[in-house]
Design a protein around this ligand. Structure first.
Ligand SMILES: Nc1ncnc2c1ncn2[C@@H]1O[C@H](COP(=O)(O)OP(=O)(O)OP(=O)(O)O)[C@@H](O)[C@H]1O
Ligand SMILES: [Mg+2]
Length: 223
């Protein structure tokens, strides 16, 4: 069964002059099967982040359908889409997007408020322990190393026990050793879940059974 089923997806951005549109994505079909881990590569600017933003419902495509777990999220209102994301999608950002004024524990707990499933609040702490931050629960992002901040993001992405995990170059800013640890951690916590992970690094891509190249998938030429 496809957990993610995309058809005829088109997304462009208005160019800065505001006159024309720059096409970024033009994808006939893309399917991600339940529980499969997929790596997505493509040159810088080819639209990988734009695709993940579309799948997560953070932005809407110009046309086409994005069916997640049987729901075409392009038909949902913004607030229903946000709720759908909270319930079903864990997103690991390259730039972390942690809230500066909040501790690691608070950052993980915050996202749990927006989901319909009411999982126990103790889950946030359990997840932080699982990602190796038992002794850093009350540190704010500025008081954490970059690798530790990424671990908070992983815990946050898992907080609502989502079926789908999207990870945008999660190891891009880490040294090789930490990068390998974080990648192993993501693959472990995403066991049984549908994962799409963006990476440029061959040693990361090689670990995935399914590898997609956005440049062959995409008919819009952006770079
Ligand atoms: N908000 C925006 N407004 C206008 N153009 C944008 C916007 N966001 C992205 N683009 C353009 O869309 C294209 C795809 O950008 P995107 O960030 O998806 O690429 P990417 O494959 O993730 O690149 P990278 O590997 O560098 O992260 C780029 O050419 C970029 O200039
Ligand atoms: Mg990107």
């Amino acid at each position: 069964m496809s957990v993610v089923d995309i058809k005829n997806l088109k997304k462009g951005y208005r160019d800065p002059s505001g006159v024309g549109m720059v096409p970024v994505l033009d994808i006939d079909t893309l399917q991600l099967e339940a529980g499969k881990h997929t790596a997505l590569k493509g040159t810088s600017g080819s639209g990988k982040t734009t695709l993940l933003h579309c799948i997560s419902g953070m932005i809407l495509p110009d046309s086409g359908s994005i069916n997640l777990l049987g729901t075409d999220i392009t038909t949902l209102s913004e607030s229903v889409r946000d709720r759908f994301r909270a319930n079903h999608i864990g997103y690991i950002f390259q730039s972390f997007n942690l809230l500066d004024g909040f501790t690691a524990l608070e950052n993980v707990k915050l996202g749990m408020q927006f989901a319909d499933k009411k999982l126990p609040a103790s889950r946030a702490e359990e997840l932080l322990v699982k990602v190796g931050l038992k002794d850093r629960l009350n540190n704010r992002p500025a008081q954490l190393s970059v690798g530790q901040q990424q671990r908070v993001c992983i815990a946050r992405a898992l907080a609502n026990d989502p079926e789908i995990i999207l990870a945008d170059e999660p190891t891009g800013s880490l040294d090789p050793k930490t990068s390998a640890e974080v990648l192993n951690l993501i693959r472990e916590v995403a066991e049984g879940k549908t994962l799409m992970l963006v990476s440029h690094e061959e040693q990361v891509l090689n670990q995935f059974d399914v590898q997609l190249n956005l440049e062959t998938l995409n008919k819009a030429v952006t770079v």
